[in-house]
Design a protein around this ligand. Structure first.
Ligand code: ZN
Ligand code: ZN
Ligand code: ZN
Length: 148
């Protein structure tokens, strides 16, 4: 992700454009896959110098709350983050457990489920989280070595 893009997204979300936020977004935006907070920290340290890991966590959480980046849930219990190039429209992600590639899933399929839940509980559904895990096509075909 280019600095102008990250600045535009931050402005759109009414978040202050800061070098730290931008650097973290640019770093995640360069990846086709997710990164842990530690990995983000390792990558931005040479450029930002004095930033500490707790600050990286705080900014990642702010950006996740704002919806710019997506938390990726894995069995290792680490916090992982993905910045999707597709910032428009509701969609979900397919995460390869082998090469860490993240692919967009345009189908949601949960509208009906949400309606049913709301009807049965007499309340309302405000959002949902859906992440699909598996092994991507190129890993299934044995091309895992070619993946980044
Ligand atoms: Zn894969
Ligand atoms: Zn996406
Ligand atoms: Zn959905």
């Amino acid at each position: 992700m280019e600095p102008e893009q990250s600045a535009a997204i931050l402005k759109q979300l009414k978040l202050k454009v800061t070098p730290r936020r931008q650097e973290i977004m640019n770093c995640l935006g360069r990846e086709q896959s997710y990164l842990s907070a530690d990995e983000v920290w390792e990558r931005i340290k040479p450029r930002l110098g004095s930033i500490g890991l707790p600050t990286v966590y705080r900014i990642l959480d702010e950006l996740a709350e704002a919806g710019v980046i997506t938390r990726i849930f894995l069995s290792d219990r680490k916090q992982n983050y993905f910045l999707c190039a597709n910032q428009e429209g509701h969609h979900h992600h397919f995460v390869c457990e082998s090469c860490r590639r993240v692919e967009d899933v345009e189908q949601c399929g949960l509208e009906g489920v949400s309606r049913d839940i709301a009807r049965r509980s007499g309340g309302r559904v405000t959002s949902h989280i859906l992440q699909i895990n598996g092994i991507c096509g190129s890993c299934c075909q044995g091309h895992a070595g070619a993946a980044p």
